[in-house]
Ligand binder design. Structure first.
Ligand SMILES: NC(=O)c1ccc[n+]([C@@H]2O[C@H](COP(=O)([O-])OP(=O)(O)OC[C@H]3O[C@@H](n4cnc5c(N)ncnc54)[C@H](O)[C@@H]3O)[C@@H](O)[C@H]2O)c1
Ligand SMILES: O=c1ccn([C@@H]2O[C@H](COP(=O)(O)OP(=O)(O)O[C@H]3O[C@H](CO)[C@@H](O)[C@H](O)[C@H]3O)[C@@H](O)[C@H]2O)c(=O)[nH]1
Length: 346
């Protein structure tokens, strides 16, 4: 008999959340999803998983889910994720990421749900003085997105201090790639993430890739980031959940990255090698708010969790991202259409 309690995955129809659902199921955790499908896709969640289409800020719905499903832990992915949009619509971002996270935390406290894992971000560090970045580096976000996440980290810390709840805030660096079995991937329309954009260009869905800035203080002048494979990232979530359950008095805040940076040009070279192609590169000005380089120091997560990344390799990240792009182009548009028809009929 499976005695693991059901895990509520908020944003489980999105890019990272849908991988978390699969990782939890693969590890025999019962899973329940809440997602408003604002950027997610119903087809990304296996049909057998209980699915609530709704808002993570809806206290009544949350109370209903906690009672109906006997939720024992939450993985909170739901949110708005496009940094430039947070600059043009700060109140929308504070609402969706901060105010609704507050509602979720309050509902968890009211229902006695004892564990929360939260999607935080390297964007809470802003432009770091030193890279690799350790968790005790100053957190000075440079956009509302980063602030909206930092405030949620703070709410969790203050809440855990006075309620019987522990949490794990995972500060993701640059998430990329897709499920190696191509069961899910990044399906976001109009995505802005470099590896997704480059894979769309390599598969003929875009004419070119804009390279934002060539005068950064990096070896080739383009921005350097620490790309983490989404399957390794969600594996860390499952281990973090086990750690929270094992040590209920202890909360955790950890970077999620590999500790190795790649420049924009190195990423484009890797995609070219994988496809034996040559993506057109258009060199342009810097994008506002981009740091030169941001790379994680992964020492804490490596010493805290028995986490052994399986795909810590740019070639594999690109391979899986391209594999998903091909699946998405050929198969999923039909699925998406069907799912949308079902959704609108419901
Ligand atoms: N992708 C990255 O590189 C990255 C980096 C750092 C942190 N994160 C964080 O990881 C989380 C997941 O990001 P993603 O890349 O999978 O984005 P995504 O847009 O693919 O997924 C977000 C999901 O949440 C759902 N959602 C949004 N608002 C909701 C609401 N109010 N109620 C219910 N559902 C809602 C969306 O429909 C979507 O399915 C986000 O919190 C994001 O801030 C992502
Ligand atoms: O078309 C593009 C897209 C990106 N870049 C560059 O590629 C790098 C990576 O950019 P992107 O993939 O957009 O990621 P980031 O801006 O680094 O932000 C991501 O990674 C952060 C953590 O580091 C998360 O907080 C954010 O949610 C997530 O979007 C940066 O140097 C960009 O300037 C380009 O040159 N051209």
């Amino acid at each position: 008999m499976n005695c693991k309690p059901p895990v509520l995955v908020t944003g489980g129809a999105g890019y990272i959340g849908s991988h978390a659902v699969l990782a939890l199921l693969d590890a025999d955790w019962p899973v329940v999803v809440i997602d408003d499908l604002s950027t997610g896709f119903r087809f990304a969640v296996p049909p057998a998983v209980p699915f609530y289409r709704g808002d993570v800020g809806d206290a009544g719905l949350l109370a209903q889910i906690f009672a109906e499903q006997r939720i024992g832990a939450i993985m909170h992915f739901a949110g708005s994720v496009v940094v430039p949009d947070s600059v043009s619509d700060p109140l929308g971002y504070y609402d969706n990421n901060t105010v609704k996270s507050r509602a979720l935390i309050a509902a968890a406290v009211a229902a006695g749900v004892p564990h929360i894992i939260f999607s935080s971000t390297a964007a809470t560090y802003g432009i770091p003085d030193v890279s690799p970045v350790t968790e005790d580096a100053p957190q000075r976000p440079i956009n509302p997105y980063g602030w909206s996440k930092l405030m949620t980290e703070r709410m969790l810390a203050d809440t855990a201090a006075v309620h019987p709840l522990n949490y794990c805030a995972l500060r993701y660096f640059n998430v990329a790639g897709a499920d190696p079995q191509a069961r899910t991937g990044q399906s976001t329309a109009g995505a802005t993430h470099l590896i997704k954009v480059a894979c769309e260009a390599a598969t003929g869905q875009r004419s070119h890739v804009d390279v934002y800035g060539t005068d950064y203080a990096t070896p080739d002048g383009t921005g350097v980031r620490d790309y983490i494979h989404v399957s390794d990232l969600v594996a860390a979530h499952v281990l973090a959940l086990e750690a929270l359950i094992a040590e209920p008095g202890q909360s955790l805040t950890m970077n999620c990255g590999y500790g190795r940076g790649f420049s924009v040009l190195e990423v484009l070279d890797a995609v070219d090698r994988a496809t034996d192609g040559a993506i057109e590169r258009r060199f342009g000005p810097r994008r506002a708010g981009d740091p030169d380089a941001i790379v994680s120091d992964p020492a804490l997560i490596r010493s805290t969790l028995p986490w052994e990344p399986k795909y810590a390799d740019l070639e594999q990240i690109v391979f899986h991202a391209l594999q998903w792009e091909r699946v998405l182009a050929e198969v999923w548009p039909r699925e998406a259409e069907t799912a949308q028809q079902v959704g609108s009929a419901a």
